[in-house]
Design a protein around this ligand. Structure first.
Ligand code: EPU
Length: 417
């Protein structure tokens, strides 16, 4: 097990360069197998989630060549084999192999994906979409076989604008016969990034980024070059850290439009932010005002930022509220923040944060990726030393977090115990 040791209350300044988006890269990597030739993806974050997907690609026979942030994938020798449980359980996004292998071979066998335990996270909408395209699904415990004689375009309405279901249905439909329309599709920037990638390969997708996506099936997809968009959640996490401890901290290589919901809340509470074309400078202020947020699908306030944002609310004067509407179990950071001195109460899906409360370093545990990020933010703002256990969760989604924080003045060390 890895732990992080952080001595808090250091002033953080300098530049943090934001990596490519995890939630985009984890869909682009499986999507690459739809091409008949080599695909190059650049700005791929170096995190354990992308490593786990490359492991699955290699298991399937795809040649993987990684040189720092760029990934060259050659699927010419790929074989359609069942993805074993120990590989699929490593992360949530292994489920994108369902759509990609189904789209390419009309058959896929694999186990239920893994990922953070932040709710039940069923995949019924993905499966319903595959069925609408003509696939038959057999399920034995956690193991699925999804198979079709022919995939045919269909009109699919999603009961919820699910990111995963929208992408998975796009992957299965790009080579289906005829036209597919996904209504109530998710609108996250990662969806647009994946659709652009598929279009670069020769797919015909329009409307990505709106709630209606139209896909005209094509017979073949060829190799291409593509770039992962900047990670809006990593950027948001560092913006929050900057609001807690930053002295003119520059968050670089970002698309500020993807962060509008967070920026408007930061401004509302009194954080100084200077938003430029591809970077933001954040400067800590005193006496933040309390605010309320409700997590929503994009362009609403991202659920992935709710956990780190809660730390900032502990430093606001008055009673702040958070309502988590996307996941039923995404407040697992709360007992640890309270142990550090916060005053947070949870009732159902609502958290009330009474501030400001000084935070004190102690021993805490990352229960999931963003809970881990929230504990890092809290530790940086706390007096004394915080030890965070189960850091593996954090390394799944934050590239070189120790190096990035050290570079801006944090006292942070990673230890293997
Ligand atoms: N849902 C269903 N049925 C489905 C699919 C989803 O009921 O078939 C429900 C989920 O249980 C959840 C809600 O719909 O309550 C939203 O799920 P969605 O499918 O949109 O999320 P996801 O695809 O599982 C991705 C990101 C998450 C991020 C969400 C929301 C990846 C690999 N994961 O998850 O990222 O929170 O979208 O934006 O892209 C993270 O990065 O920490 C993370 C959890």
């Amino acid at each position: 097990m890895k732990t992080l040791e952080i001595i808090g209350k250091q002033e953080l300044s300098g530049v943090v360069r934001i990596a490519g988006a995890k939630n985009s890269a984890v869909a682009l990597i499986p999507a690459a197998i739809l091409a008949d030739d080599k695909v190059t993806i650049c700005n791929v974050p170096e995190i354990t989630d992308t490593d786990a997907l490359c492991e699955i690609l290699e298991y399937l026979g795809v040649k993987v060549n990684r040189a720092s942030e760029s990934l060259v994938l050659d699927p010419k020798a790929i074989e359609n084999k069942e993805i074993p449980e120990h590989l699929s359980k490593k992360l949530r996004a292994s489920y994108y192999f369902m759509g990609a292998l189904l789209g390419k071979y009309k058959k896929v066998e694999m186990c239920f994906p893994g990922g953070c335990s932040i709710g039940a996270r069923p995949i019924n909408l993905h499966l319903k979409g595959f069925e609408s395209l003509g696939a038959k699904i057999t399920q034995e415990k956690d193991r699925y076989c999804v198979e079709a004689e022919e995939l045919k375009g269909a009109n699919i309405y999603l009961d919820f604008a699910s990111v995963g279901a929208t992408i998975n249905i796009m992957l299965a439909a790009v080579k289906a016969k005829g036209k597919t329309v996904i209504d109530n599709a998710a609108k996250e920037p990662e969806i647009v990034n994946v659709a652009t990638f598929l279009n670069n390969m020769g797919a015909k997708i329009t409307g990505a980024g709106t709630s209606t996506i139209r896909i005209q099936g094509v017979e073949t997809l060829s190799g291409c070059f593509h770039e992962v968009i900047p990670d809006r959640i990593e950027a948001g996490t560092y913006l929050i850290i900057g609001a807690l401890c930053g002295k003119y901290l520059k968050i670089d290589n970002i698309i500020p439009e993807h962060l509008e919901a967070l920026i408007s809340k930061l401004v509302e509470m009194g954080v100084e932010v200077d938003v430029r074309q591809d970077y933001i400078i954040v400067n800590k202020q005193e006496n933040y005002k309390h605010v309320s947020v409700k997590t929503l699908t994009y362009p609403g306030f991202a659920t992935d930022l709710q956990q780190p944002f809660m730390v900032l609310l502990t430093q606001c004067t008055g009673k702040s509220m958070i309502e988590e509407t996307i996941y039923e179990n995404r407040f697992m950071q709360v007992p640890y923040l309270n142990k550090m001195g916060a005053n947070i109460e949870i009732k159902d899906r609502k958290a009330t944060i009474q501030g400001p409360t000084p935070l004190m370093g102690c021993e805490v545990e990352a229960t999931d990726l963003r809970a881990g990020a929230s504990l890092v933010a809290a530790a940086l703002a706390a007096e004394g030393k915080t030890t965070i256990k189960n850091v593996e969760h954090i390394l799944r989604g934050y590239e070189q977090i120790v190096e990035k924080l050290t570079n801006i003045g944090a006292k942070i060390e990673i230890k293997e115990i």
